[in-house]
Design a protein around this ligand. Structure first.
Ligand SMILES: *Cc1c(COP(=O)(O)O)cnc(C)c1O
Length: 407
């Protein structure tokens, strides 16, 4: 813990699934002097970061950048496309899906919250929080909506509270198979630039994302990637909006400017992050995250602890949710690991409070920082008296020491 007169020795291990560690290179870029946001240099920066973000979202259509956390971009997605009282179909996959659904209620929409039914026999926890979006249930629900009341299907791509990803292309296919005109809106706040994501190819109408996860930036900027259909829909949507309104922003963005003061220094950081991300190439970044996931999984398996994600094909490349044995308070364990080893792990959110902890493996980490983080967890498990079957660190080392696949 950092106090004013004391700095811990060495790096803090920020092993939560966002904010993720910010590389020095990005921090340095952000320390450049703030410039006139109406001046000639700014337009160059603005156009550069927007074009870069289009590559990251894999879209040819407008990307809107807000000086706001991800929650702001959630609100923007709904406020720009919906009208008061509109029905939206949202899917309960965890805590973040639940927060977005609550926001829809507060904005005066009528969300229907679809969830995989049932509870887990061994933990009593909802099955919906251990699996991805059930595309078949989405399709069935849309088929029954013959009057096309439902205006949008809203899902979370990488559920940061559970460590489960969802198959977004399958959700698109479900909407199309039902012949339904609803918009598809996707939160990939924690997935972007870590897990494969294709806005155009997957037919997403609005994608929501944020800066402080895969993009390795501090919190403070967020994004909406749009489709022509979403832009069209926004012309007749009647929810009040002003700050979030796409029309003025998209118009001014054409020359690299904003209608208000954008987050200049965070945009320097974004330009730097984009150089890093696009320089390495998205496929290499996705492969690296999958490899980290598999290494962390090897460790969790060796400890003999269950992962929150119950579907082998949907394990998040960004984080792993680890369920603690009955009677072990996951937050107590996290506290021990933080106090003794200066390592922060993600807490159990919402329905999972105290039942699990989350290990972030995203952004600016590498094999050795992950092994160190896993060592912190393993020592913490022992200190907290949690029986483990074997050494997760050994298993992760064995995983990471495999000969590299030839690209
Ligand atoms: C982090 C996160 C959010 C919340 O974003 P804020 O920047 O905290 O407002 C929403 N959804 C998901 C999936 C997230 O991971």
């Amino acid at each position: 813990m950092i106090t004013l007169d004391q700095h811990p020795s060495g790096r803090h291990f920020l092993q939560i699934p966002g904010p993720s560690p910010v590389p020095d290179r990005i921090l340095r870029a952000m320390s450049l002097p703030t410039i006139d946001h109406r001046g000639p240099e700014f337009g160059v920066l603005g156009k550069r970061v927007i074009a870069g973000m289009q590559q990251v979202f894999q879209t040819r259509h407008p990307v809107v950048i807000y000086p706001a956390s991800g929650t702001g971009a959630w609100e923007a997605a709904l406020a720009n496309t919906m009208s008061p009282g509109d029905a939206v179909l949202m899917v309960e996959t965890g805590h973040f899906a639940t927060l977005w659904q609550k926001m829809a209620v507060r904005l005066g929409l009528e969300p229907e919250f679809l969830a995989l039914p049932g509870t887990c026999p061994d933990t009593g926890l909802p099955l919906a929080w251990r699996h991805g979006v059930p595309a078949d249930l989405v399709e069935q629900r849309l088929r029954r909506d013959t009057a096309h009341r439902i205006q949008a299907v809203c899902v979370v791509h990488n559920e940061t509270s559970t460590g489960v990803t969802s198959d977004i292309a399958a959700v698109r296919r479900a909407i199309d198979a039902a012949g339904h005109p609803a918009l598809l809106m996707v939160d990939t706040i924690s997935g972007l630039a870590s897990a494969d994501y294709r806005h155009d190819e997957w037919g997403v109408d609005v994608t929501v994302s944020g800066s402080q996860k895969g993009l390795m930036l501090p919190p403070g900027i967020s994004f909406n990637a749009l489709s022509p259909k979403a832009l069209e829909r926004s012309k007749r949507a009647r929810l009040p909006r002003s700050y979030w309104a796409w029309d003025e922003i998209v118009e001014m963005n054409a020359t690299g400017y904003w209608p208000y003061t954008p987050n200049t220094n965070l945009l320097y950081g974004l330009a730097e992050a984009l150089d890093m991300v696009l320089g390495q190439g998205l496929p290499a970044i996705f492969a690296r995250h999958r490899r980290w996931r598999d290494g962390v999984h090897a460790a969790v398996r060796a400890w003999g602890l269950p992962t929150q994600c119950a579907d082998e094909r949907l394990h998040s490349p960004v984080l792993t949710g680890v369920v603690t044995p009955a009677g072990v308070d996951a937050d107590g364990l996290r506290r021990v690991i933080h106090q003794r080893f200066d390592c922060s792990l993600g807490t159990g959110l919402g329905k999972l409070k105290g039942r699990m902890f989350r290990i972030g493996h995203l952004g600016d980490c590498n094999d050795l920082t992950l092994i160190a983080a896993l060592a912190g967890v393993e020592m913490g498990l022992k200190l907290a008296g949690v029986p483990v079957a074997g050494s997760g660190v050994q298993a992760a080392m064995a995983h990471f020491a495999q000969p590299a696949a030839v690209a």
